[in-house]
Write a protein that binds this ligand. Structure first.
Ligand code: PLP
Length: 493
């Protein structure tokens, strides 16, 4: 493909993308294909000779499109949203254009410096404590800073690696022991999660090879200070070494907010690394009215949220800040001669390869820069507030219907609910009713949502948050929920 053909085809692709987005709101979000459908449709060898763009374009429409789940459809209410937006797509196109591997400043000065700048912008936009920013009030460099990771799961691993480094340093200094002897204690390190912490916490622990203790939550699904203290005391009696705790701001199941100030107290007393996982709900902190809910997170060691979930930025863009980067950089920096040292004043230059697992990194700050400039704080806040209003409206309508109950109050964009036992002639069939309801809705295919299990109960989750969705989509969801609830309840009579 030469540049002239690229120019022509590129315009066609933009048109195809624009056509897709013009219709996306009303697309049934679920694919109806069966597992293995694509393997049967595609050749089993890569082509020997070049194929035409038209042939690929045709296959995209006829073979790929049927197997797509349309996350950008306004009728997609599953998991959490994965927002795309036109500014982010355009920013990402420029990132593809440059295609730099920006692992250090020399690799592309702008890629490194823009990331530092936009991560400070973003930190300020969500009211993050100043400790997490790269630059202090007076413009001098601080110890903290932000870095864009691919996912909250990577952020969890990176934070835990820094935590381990901090713990081993502490063992050495407090115990007056050698690095080797401190290293021998690694197997005693324990990370703390609640039974509602996202699976990425356990995965991070599996990756770094530490023990974990899962602390039970109560009816409000929050990790409390007391429960954490009890778990730690028990582990210490066994000779284990607590080193890391995750507090969640907006859990996956219910958007519960852990006792963040209480966890901060415990973390301080026990010298734990305190990671706040705000993967989904962190975007709400762009709106000042949500910030009191995150009190306590200002005392964390690391804070993470995903603009790629609910802040209009295409996947992947997970924002991680650390209050003090020393342990992280010590743990991850490895020198080789092929990473030449940058000359000049490098006070404000971050070596981002030492802030993440891979070496290479995409120019992801570009899309975030486009989003923050083209929406402005105002536009981002409007997106969040509209979604919260719609989710609360849905919840109110469900309660008003009389056959549904909320499992928790709606705080952000997620409604968690079920057909209530009293709506059934045999209340013991409540789980059966709710699993049948999820299945009926997804078999119907006009909207897509997933359920979860809480305290042994099957419940439904509807996450409102699509960039392009409107109240009309939520109206449709409500209509479908009511329609299928009637059938499910009748079937169980
Ligand atoms: N943490 C929470 C609270 C989440 O809800 C999720 C995903 O939904 C994650 C972490 C993992 O996010 P990622 O896909 O960016 O790893």
């Amino acid at each position: 493909m030469d540049v002239n053909e690229f120019r022509k085809r590129g315009k066609e692709v933009i048109d195809a993308i624009a056509d897709y987005y013009e219709a996306v709101n009303d697309i049934p979000p679920m694919s109806t294909v069966s597992p293995g459908y694509l393997y049967k449709l595609l050749p089993h060898e890569a082509p020997e000779t070049p194929e035409s763009f038209d042939a690929i374009q045709k296959d995209l429409q006829t073979k790929i499109m049927p197997g797509m789940t349309h996350w950008q459809s306004g009728n997609f209410f599953s998991w959490f949203p994965s927002n795309s937006s036109f500014p982010a797509i355009l920013g990402d196109m420029y990132s593809s254009m440059f295609d730099v591997v920006g692992f250090n400043w020399l690799c592309s000065p702008a890629a490194t410096e823009l990331e530092t700048v936009v991560m400070d912008w973003l930190g300020k936009l969500i009211g993050l404590d100043r400790r997490f920013l790269s630059f202090k009030e007076d413009g001098t460099e601080g110890n903290g800073g932000g870095v864009i990771q691919g996912s909250a799961s990577e952020a969890h691993i990176v934070a835990m690696i820094a935590a381990r480094e901090m713990a081993l340093e502490r063992l050495k200094s407090q115990g007056g022991i050698s690095s080797e002897d401190a290293d021998k204690q690694r197997h005693k390190l324990v990370a703390y999660f609640s039974d509602q912490t996202h699976s990425s916490g356990q995965k991070a622990a599996n990756v770094i090879g530490c023990k974990t203790t899962t602390v039970p939550t109560g009816d409000d699904f929050r990790l409390t200070k007391q429960a954490l203290e009890q778990a730690i005391a028990k582990d210490k009696e066994q000779g284990l070494i607590p080193f890391f705790v995750c507090g969640t701001f907006g859990t996956t199941n219910t958007t519960a907010i852990d006792d963040l100030p209480g966890i901060a107290d415990v973390a301080q007393k026990e010298s734990l690394w305190y990671h706040v996982d705000a993967a989904y709900a962190g975007s709400a902190l762009t709106c000042p009215e949500f910030r009191p809910l995150a009190a306590g997170s200002e005392r964390a060691d690391s804070f993470n949220f995903n603009p790629h979930k609910w802040m209009l930025t295409n996947f992947d863009c997970s924002a991680l800040w650390v209050a003090d980067s020393t342990h992280l950089v010590n743990a991850l920096s490895i020198h080789r001669e092929y990473y030449p040292k940058v000359e000049g004043d490098t006070a404000f230059v971050k070596d981002y390869r030492n802030w993440q697992l891979p070496l290479g990194r995409r120019f992801r700050s570009l899309k975030l820069w486009f989003v923050m400039r083209m929406y402005g704080a105002e536009g981002i806040r409007k997106h969040i507030r509209d979604d919260v209003t719609q989710a609360k409206w849905l919840a109110n309508q469900l309660v008003a219907d009389g056959r549904f109950e909320l499992i928790v109050p709606v705080v952000f964009g997620l409604a968690v609910f079920r057909i209530k036992p009293e709506a059934l002639s045999d209340p013991s069939k409540v789980n059966q009713a709710n699993t049948a309801l999820i299945k009926a809705i997804n078999d119907d295919g006009r909207v897509f949502l997933v359920g979860t299990k809480l305290n042994g109960n099957d419940v439904l989750r509807a996450a409102v948050g699509s960039t392009f969705g409107t109240q009309k989509n939520v109206d449709l969801l409500l209509e479908i929920l009511k329609e299928h609830a009637t059938k499910v309840i009748a079937d169980l009579e």
